[in-house]
Design a protein around this ligand. Structure first.
Ligand SMILES: [Zn+2]
Length: 104
């Protein structure tokens, strides 16, 4: 498990690109907790912009989606491997919105 956590961390660190850092913690429920931090932006107060999502692959995707949107909004022109997933991230956002506005 430890090896797989650090392997995931290395893979994620490559995908987020040079503007972000990735940290994976193990939550109390033994789920992965993904934290992506922007190295240049500060949010409220003096804290850096960051996003946290828990879960295995779905947590990874959710955190990565938020980072991709942050990157395209605040760092237009920046290069990062994860931008290859921008279309997929927008598609997921669209699906979530549809689910939110249309009661089944
Ligand atoms: Zn930023």
């Amino acid at each position: 498990m430890v090896a797989s956590k650090s392997a995931r961390e290395r893979k994620a660190a490559v995908e987020v690109g040079p503007l972000a850092t990735v940290k994976i913690d193990l939550g109390a429920d033994k789920q992965f907790l993904y934290k992506i931090t922007c190295t240049t932006c500060t949010a409220k107060g003096h804290r850096k912009w960051s996003t946290h999502r828990s879960g295995e692959d779905n947590g990874y995707l959710a955190a990565m989606d938020r980072w991709i949107f942050h990157l395209t909004e605040k760092h237009a022109g920046a290069e990062a491997p994860c931008l290859a997933y921008l279309g997929a991230a927008q598609q997921r956002l669209h699906e979530r919105r549809e689910q939110g506005t249309q009661p089944s």
